[in-house]
Design a protein around this ligand. Structure first.
Ligand code: FAD
Length: 533
């Protein structure tokens, strides 16, 4: 087989990268050793930013209609067990009642991975230039003398060898990435936050038997520490318990995980365990995102605690950043610096989001004396209230994280042109839109259902807030000369207050490359920089 881009790993990130490239008309082959079914869904929350990308790909309605009940309340509860004392219950609306943030056209969506991955897989496979091949393992990637890459693998059913030649390869093969290890790329960070064990279980009467109202997550705190959490999966009968074991590797032969689950739910609550998966919670970022024609994305380059739901969403962001750059280079208008900028832009975001996730995890553990947590009586009630308030305060960035999700910026990017304005603070809960270079280009409604974000995606877009085309002509002409796809749109000032300069040059991924009130003298230099030439 021959293709432009070979993607090793068809998890959520590999598929998102394939869709982004396929949407741009590039030939892609995605290879995954699984069969496309997800027995043990981890990802549950698709962020507002990822939903903006789904909007671009035309699948936002499909993700919204994934099957998660629209009216299920997504509260957060800290409790001593689901049947025990509630320390605090923070109300959060259902998907139906959740408002769309003012700063974007899309709100987040609860869509567990057993539904999300198949939607992505169907979308990718339906694209005329994308092939998704399951039950196939890539054993080796060989860089050819001409700088392209060959994937050597085999069909897991027939045992037949499989050879795929590609101009580029992207390793989206997960946290234990063999592609990364074969390239001898190490990682930086914390290799052990704790050992955890996921338990997928069915409990159709869980809420009824525990007397609990609906919630996205129940975090179970005991006198000896935080036991773990019970998370809603399909909104009806499927749940996931994550047991936090600690720094010692658990011995599954001797550890009675069913009794830990019973402790979290409360005595007498019925459940059937479907699957048990131990894992290591880490905060690691790869030391490099690229080696020659081979790139890495998703968990292959960053692992983070799921506290915040940033892992897959950060990986989808990798695919978006890499997608337009590979497309530009394959089409000939993007330069080599564009490919190098992938690491320069995305690696700092991985550190940022992984750090935020670890901070959220720390917030799960009380600093107060919890020894009286299970005592009856008003004094112990006060202790419970105090600990509940502490835990809720310490985890606020986990439940309200629009700044993390929409506010990531490519500061110091070699392909953005800064205007010298000071960087605004990187706030994780709050998010203020800006058209500063490196930031996500601001959203504004232009008409009902029509966002400024819908204008971006295919090529560069020069947003001009004035009517006269004369000033922008030089830039558009330079685009033609250099073959850089560039169009101009005029936006009404009254509707787009976050576009604070006359001109904003928006990249194909929807981030700002440059802004200014005047077109610079050397327009070719500007376009050369932002297209990596
Ligand atoms: C409990 C838990 C809850 C989480 N919740 C969220 C959440 O709500 N939101 C969020 O954003 N993130 C969440 N995450 C993180 C998220 O699950 C991961 O970040 C995400 O799944 C990573 O996707 P990936 O595609 O990079 O890797 P993976 O999902 O690991 O996919 C890698 C794929 O590569 C394939 N593969 C590997 N090697 C080969 C090979 N040699 N040849 C062919 N195929 C290969 C595998 O079969 C697999 O399909 C959670 C994680 C956990 C543990």
């Amino acid at each position: 087989m021959q293709t432009s881009v070979l993607i090793v790993g068809g998890g959520v990130v590999g598929l998102a990268t394939a869709i982004e490239l396929g949407w741009r008309g590039q030939d892609v082959v995605v290879v995954d050793e699984g069969d496309g079914t997800i027995d043990h869904p981890r990802t549950g929350s698709v962020s507002a930013r990822s939903m903006e990308f789904c909007r671009r790909w035309g699948i936002v309605d499909e993700v919204r209609a994934c099957g998660f009940p629209d009216d299920y309340a997504l509260d957060i509860v800290f409790c001593t067990s689901m049947k025990g004392f509630d320390l605090v219950r923070a109300p959060f609306p259902s998907m139906r009642d959740m408002p769309t943030p003012q700063q974007g056209p899309e709100k987040r969506q609860r869509c567990p991975q057993m539904w999300l991955d198949p939607i992505f897989a169907r979308t990718a496979a339906a694209m005329p230039t994308v092939t998704v091949r399951y039950r196939t393992r890539i054993d080796d990637l060989v860089v050819d003398p001409d700088g392209s890459v060959t994937g050597l693998g085999h069909d897991l059913d027939s045992g037949e060898p499989v050879t795929i030649s590609a101009r580029y390869a992207v390793g989206c093969d997960g946290a234990s990435s063999a592609v990364r290890r074969a390239l001898d790329i190490g990682t930086t960070g914390n290799p052990l936050l704790n050992y955890s064990i996921n338990v997928m279980f069915r409990a159709p009467r869980l809420l009824e038997q525990t007397g609990q109202g609906e919630a996205a997550r129940f975090i179970v705190v005991t006198p000896t520490g935080t036991l773990g959490n019970v998370t809603v999966v399909n909104g009806t009968d499927l749940w996931r318990f994550t047991y936090i074991h600690g720094k010692e590797r658990p011995d599954l032969e001797t550890l009675d995980i069913a009794s830990k689950l019973q402790q979290a739910l409360g005595e007498g609550v019925d459940f059937t365990i479907e699957d048990v998966a131990p894992w290591r919670r880490t905060e690691l970022v790869a030391d490099a995102y690229r080696s020659g024609p081979i790139f890495l994305a998703g968990d292959a380059v960053h692992t983070m605690s799921p506290t915040g739901g940033f892992g897959a969403n950060t990986g989808i962001g990798d695919g978006i950043d890499l997608g337009w750059k590979l497309d530009a280079v394959l089409r000939g208008w993007g330069g080599e610096a564009l490919l190098d900028s992938y690491e320069a832009e995305r690696r700092p975001i991985a550190f940022r989001n992984a750090g935020a996730s670890t901070r959220n995890l720390r917030g799960w553990h009380t600093e107060q004396d919890a020894s009286r947590l299970l005592d009856p009586g008003p004094e112990a009630d006060q202790v419970r209230q105090a600990i509940g308030a502490e835990l809720l305060g310490a985890t606020s960035e986990e439940w309200t994280s629009l700044g993390v999700v929409l506010g990531y910026r490519y500061e110091d990017s070699p392909i953005c042109v800064p205007d010298g304005s000071p960087a605004p603070p990187d706030t994780f809960s709050e998010y203020e839109q800006t058209n500063r270079a490196g930031a996500r280009a601001p959203h504004a409604w232009l008409a009902p259902g029509e966002s400024t974000l819908d204008l971006f995606g295919r090529g560069f877009v020069l947003v001009d807030r004035q009517e006269s085309e004369t000033e922008s002509k030089l830039l558009l002409q330079a685009g033609e000369t250099l073959g850089v796809p560039l169009t101009r749109v005029e936006l009404p000032t009254a509707l787009t207050p976050a576009y604070t300069t006359r001109f904003t040059l928006v990249r194909p991924d929807g981030h700002v490359a440059w802004r200014g009130d005047d077109v610079p003298d050397d327009v070719e230099q500007l376009l050369s920089t932002v297209s990596g030439r």
